[in-house]
Design a protein around this ligand. Sequence first.
Ligand code: 4IP
Length: 145
Amino acid sequence: SNIILEEFLFKKSQQKRRTSPCNYKERYFILRKDELAYYEYRHAKKPTLKGSIELSRIKCVEIVRSDVHIPCSFKYPFQVVHDNYCLYVFAPDKDTQQKWVWALKEETKNNNLLNKYHPNFWVDGRWRCCSQTEKLAAGCVEYDP
Ligand code: 4IP
């Protein structure tokens, strides 16, 4: 199989529309050679694919450094920046967070990557790192792939 990593993690809704809800869901993540996919698992049911990101579209993968309250049981966030979106994923511990970030960086190191990124969350209409109020505003810290 071409599976690199697989595990239950939490994710925040990507809020692709201005009206999208802000919620956190437990998903089964699978990192494959060509994509990062997440599935919903429900007891005795076939897992359903909820989303996938082609690895070639990823522009930055990094730990999120923040003191904001995280309203799910997994407290170690990392970000996957792709297209014009940012997927926030939450790991149960530091080792798991580090393992996923490292593997995703490794698989995307030859991509067209960002020079700069946002080390903190986008919340309540602004970046907590640099206070910019435009979601697509250029990053404020050098990205080290
Ligand atoms: C959904 O909320 C889920 O959080 C989706 O996550 C999420 O899609 C949607 O965000 C959000 O509207 P409801 O379940 O309450 O409808 P999942 O697909 O894991 O179920 P993402 O893009 O985060 O996968 P939008 O912005 O994509 O609509």
